[in-house]
Unconditional design. Structure first.
Length: 159
C-alpha cells in the first residue's frame, strides 16, 4: 500500500520513496540532517500513525506535483524542497541524496526547468549554492528591428 504524506490534498503519494526520511532534520526526534530516521523500516515509517508533525506536514516538490513522475526523489537521487532565502523569498532547494546525482542529465534537466521561473538553491553535503534564475538572452537592437520588420515583435525599440 502506498504511503500518503501531507494529507489528501497532495496530488501524489510517496509510494516506495523514503528520501525525506534519510536527508531531513527532524527536531521532534533529535534527528540531524543526512541521518537515517530510527523509525524508518522496509515498509516505510514504523510510527506512521503517530509520526511527528514536521513529518506529517512535509511535502517535497515532487509530491506536490511540480516535477515529472519519473523525477521521484529516490529514483532521481535528489529531492526538491522549498526553502526561505533572505533576498529571494521562498525558492526551490535541491538536496543531493546520492553523491554525484546532481551531475546526471535528468537532474540537470529538472534544475533547468525549475530555474526558468526562479532561483534554485543546491545543497551537496553541508554546502549550499544559489543558482540564479535563468534570464532570456538579451536581444540586440538590430535583432529587435529585424523581428519587428518581419512582424514577429510589436514592441517599440528604444532609440
Amino acid at each position: 500500500m502506498a504511503r500518503q504524506i501531507g494529507g489528501d490534498d497532495a496530488p501524489r503519494h510517496c509510494g516506495e520513496c523514503q528520501a525525506c526520511c534519510q536527508c531531513l532534520a527532524i527536531a521532534e526526534l533529535n534527528k540531524p540532517v543526512f541521518t537515517a530516521c530510527p523509525h524508518q523500516c522496509a515498509a516505510g515509517c514504523g510510527i506512521y500513525a503517530g509520526r511527528p508533525s514536521s513529518c506529517r506536514s512535509f511535502r517535497c516538490l515532487w509530491l506536490m506535483g511540480y516535477l515529472s513522475p519519473e523525477d521521484r526523489p529516490d529514483l532521481l537521487g535528489v529531492i526538491f524542497v522549498t526553502t526561505a532565502h533572505p533576498e529571494l523569498g521562498n525558492i526551490p532547494m535541491l538536496i543531493e541524496l546520492k553523491p554525484g546525482a546532481m551531475r546526471r542529465g535528468p537532474v540537470q534537466a529538472a534544475i533547468g526547468r525549475m530555474r526558468q521561473n526562479r532561483a534554485v538553491v543546491v545543497m551537496t553535503g553541508q554546502t549550499k549554492h544559489v543558482l540564479r534564475q535563468l534570464r532570456p538572452p538579451r536581444t540586440s537592437r538590430r535583432a529587435q528591428l529585424a523581428r519587428m520588420a518581419a512582424g514577429l515583435e510589436t514592441t517599440s525599440v528604444p532609440g
